[in-house]
Design a protein around this ligand. Structure first.
Ligand code: GLU
Length: 479
């Protein structure tokens, strides 16, 4: 027998940005599709018109494109190509699986308040479920607004097998008569989602854990239509290091913000792949080909996955160090432009070459390299003293360094030659005593590229000027 081709979908709602957890859902769907030679569809679920955000659909698609994992079909935008949701909801009414509900928002609100006061879980009390034919047609004829609700059985349970969570069971007692069609004729998420999954031939629904409690409702809808039910896989939640749910309040959750900060899509893919999926060994670095090969739903964990920002930085640093210098320069230039630094490509290339080792995010390049561009450096004079070296000794050493560097002919002012000269001095005075104050007076920082390399890029004049400034700083501090 020929096996059905695997078909998955990513079905985000346009809320204004692509949640980083949504990006992981997309990635897992994508990997699953590629691994199984299946198909991935992008479907934008925007039937909730009250939550509609202008431009959100476009930005969502834009961000997904930047990630660079192409989908096979779509984007299908629900609001633009409506399925026959109304006809299908009507069919469920005709077949006795759904019913008209005429309760106004006001009635529903009062019902809810009373339930809360009585310490009951708020839910629809099903009062319209038993209206007789006559009453219904009377109300319909008089044009009374209505919604269509799913008739959830009063008793029993819904059991299903989740590919990650194994057997899952929900007691029907706790499930509300879900609205399928709203009074304005638009379908709710539940109806549109099931109808589209069915007509698109989706075989596997892979989505976040927050949708697990919707699944019994969806299964009831599939059954009511007598449609075959897809497989389900609910991915673990993403958590902050304190185990709270990853949320906007505690930091960035928008995938586009990570891209804007200069995390490479390669990094995000590698990082998110390991956020809930475990290859079964300690391997941390994966390219896409390896991920496709290794990925499987069985190796996804049930428990929440901790979003570790340090690991993300580490991984991005790794990929940035692997990058050919010209490509890195191209990516860094917009960040330097933003800061208004003069762009001399040759000089920038040398600077970035030096900083490549330390760079963890592209937007750090300004902070890491600004001392090359600034006129004055701000730092405490105390930073110039190496270990227990006194202020006077440091001053003397800087004078000696200056004397030595001044003697180098301008055209020979290259890292190699500078290093050779400094080493002669270091032999006599000590490595830290020479290289440390020079590092600080050139960069104003504790960690920086090697002083001789910075000096070459800054040039002899600027280097000597900075040594002078440091000497003056020390003198002033002593007075
Ligand atoms: N539109 C839902 C969302 O915003 C989709 C959930 C699902 O995949 O079924 O995530």
């Amino acid at each position: 027998m020929k096996k059905n081709k695997i078909k998955v979908r990513f079905a985000p709602s346009p809320t204004g940005y692509l949640h980083i957890g949504g990006l992981r859902t997309y990635l897992y769907n994508w990997l699953f599709a590629k691994k199984n030679k299946g198909e991935i569809i992008l479907r934008i679920e925007d039937t909730d018109r009250q939550r509609y955000v202008e431009g959100a659909t476009e930005s969502l698609i834009e961000t997904l494109k930047k990630i660079g994992l192409p989908w096979d079909k779509g984007p299908f935008i629900q609001s633009q190509k409506m399925g026959n949701y109304q006809g299908l909801a009507q069919k469920l009414v005709d077949d006795g699986h759904a019913y008209y509900c005429f309760c106004s928002p006001d009635i529903l609100e009062k019902m809810k308040q009373k339930q809360i006061a009585d310490k009951l879980a708020p839910r629809y009390d099903r009062r319209c479920r038993n209206l007789n034919e006559e009453e219904i047609s009377l109300r319909l004829r008089s044009g009374q607004p209505y919604v269509i609700r799913l008739k959830v059985p009063n008793q029993g349970s819904i059991k299903f097998r989740d590919l990650i969570r194994n057997d899952v069971e929900f007691d029907l007692k706790n499930i509300d008569d879900q609205i399928l069609l709203k009074s304005d004729g638009w379908p709710t998420y539940h109806l549109a989602n099931v109808v589209d999954d069915h007509f698109m031939g989706i075989t596997h629904v892979i989505r976040g854990e927050e949708w697990l409690s919707s699944t019994p409702k969806h299964i009831l809808i599939y059954r009511a239509f007598n449609w075959s039910i897809p497989e389900f896989a609910h991915l673990p939640l993403l958590l902050n290091p304190d185990h709270s749910k990853l949320s906007k309040r505690q930091g960035d959750v928008a995938a586009e913000d990570y891209l804007a900060q200069g995390y490479l899509s390669k990094t995000l893919i590698n990082f998110l792949a390991l956020l809930g999926w475990n290859p079964g060994n300690n391997q941390e670095i994966f390219n896409l080909k390896q991920l496709i090969k290794e990925f499987s739903l069985e190796k996804i964990q049930k428990s929440g996955a901790i979003f570790n920002r340090e690991k993300l930085d580490w991984l991005n640093g790794y990929y940035l160090r692997q990058m050919p210098i010209n490509k890195l320069v191209k990516l860094c230039i917009p960040y330097l432009n933003q800061l208004g630094f003069p762009i001399n490509r040759k000089k920038i290339k040398k600077i970035i070459f030096l900083e490549q080792e330390r760079l963890k995010r592209l937007n750090q390049i300004g902070d890491l390299a600004n001392f090359f561009f600034l006129d004055d450096l701000e730092y405490e004079p105390g930073l110039l003293f190496w270990g227990k070296t006194s202020s006077k000794e440091t001053e003397d050493n800087l004078i000696k360094i200056k004397f030595l560097l001044k003697k180098i002919p301008c055209f020979q002012f290259k890292a190699k030659i500078i290093l050779k000269k400094l080493n002669i001095l270091a032999k006599e005075k000590g490595t830290g005593e020479i290289f440390w104050p020079l590092r600080v007076c050139l960069s104003g920082q504790k960690s920086s590229p090697p002083p001789e390399a910075m000096a070459e890029i800054m040039g002899q004049e600027k280097t000597l000027k900075r040594i002078d400034l440091a000497i003056n700083k020390i003198k002033r501090a002593r007075q």
